[in-house]
Design a protein around this ligand. Structure first.
Ligand code: PGA
Length: 254
């Protein structure tokens, strides 16, 4: 059975003081959660605060991005070994904001996925179509391209261990999540593709998150879908109350 995983993507929010305030409340609220894996994804400068503040708990920590080189003349970048040294467990790779605002290509994203594994962290690979691509009937071809290139060169055991987050771009930050049918369809398509490219077992093992306007009021219908093993939560993860509610709702489903 796949362990559900709910991850927070704080994006460009919360400095260290705000993260401490969040943790004081959040730790209490999730202290009895045992069947859902919890991940917090703060900014780079707040990672150490969150890593220290979650010591002695089961909460894991994700960086929101990484560069694929270990060192060199790459002004402004952060290397995988720097994140693993801090104690990061996961790295979010290929988020739609990285792809669309910062111009990351499928090739860059694949190099990042490999780099994360090389430093013994786990990638959360984000894929998802834009509204125009959906309207033009290209959803499946976009997911296929992003997933096949994102996973290129990995072996089945790595794919089985990682997380793929299906985040339709039109549902991110809009308050309008995908319908349960569309969310399930995107995740099922991704799982079937992994089974086809690798094998059935790998397809059964890879954990798939849905992301895009998950809130406490829609968490139950989205998290209960057969091919959805958790969520990547932006806006609603900034508030300890709403984020812990999403986690508790998910735990009750398992
Ligand atoms: P949202 O963001 O929950 O605010 O839609 C999700 C994400 O970008 O990962």
């Amino acid at each position: 059975m796949r362990t559900p995983i709910i991850a927070a993507n704080w994006k460009l929010h919360k400095n260290r003081a705000e993260a401490k305030e969040f943790l004081n409340e959040f730790r209490e609220k999730v202290k009895y959660i045992s069947d859902v894996e919890i991940v917090l994804g703060p900014t780079f400068t707040t990672l150490d605060t969150v890593i220290e503040g979650t010591e002695g708990t089961e909460i894991n920590v994700a960086a929101q991005n990484v560069y694929y080189e270990q060192e060199g003349a790459f002004t402004g970048e952060i290397a995988p070994n720097m994140l693993s040294e801090l104690g990061c467990d996961y790295v979010i790779v290929g988020h739609s904001e990285r792809r669309h605002i910062f111009g990351e290509t499928d090739g860059d994203i694949n190099k990042k996925v490999h780099a994360v594994f090389e430093d013994e962290m786990t990638p959360i690979l984000c894929i998802g179509e834009t509204e125009d691509e959906r309207n033009e009937g290209k959803t499946q071809s976009v997911l296929k391209r992003q997933l096949e290139s994102g996973l290129d060169g990995l072996d089945p055991s790595q794919v089985a261990e990682m997380i793929v987050a299906y985040e339709p771009v039109w549902a991110i930050g809009t308050g309008e999540s995908a319908s349960p049918e569309d969310a399930q369809e995107g995740c099922k398509f991704s799982r079937d593709l992994v089974s086809e490219v690798y094998d059935e077992e790998t397809g059964e093992q890879v954990r798939l998150q849905y992301g895009g306007s998950i809130k406490p009021h829609n968490a139950e219908e989205l998290m209960s879908l057969p091919d959805i093993d958790g969520g990547l939560v932006g806006g609603a993860s900034l508030d300890p109350k709403s984020f812990s509610e999403i986690i508790s709702i998910t735990e009750e489903l398992y």
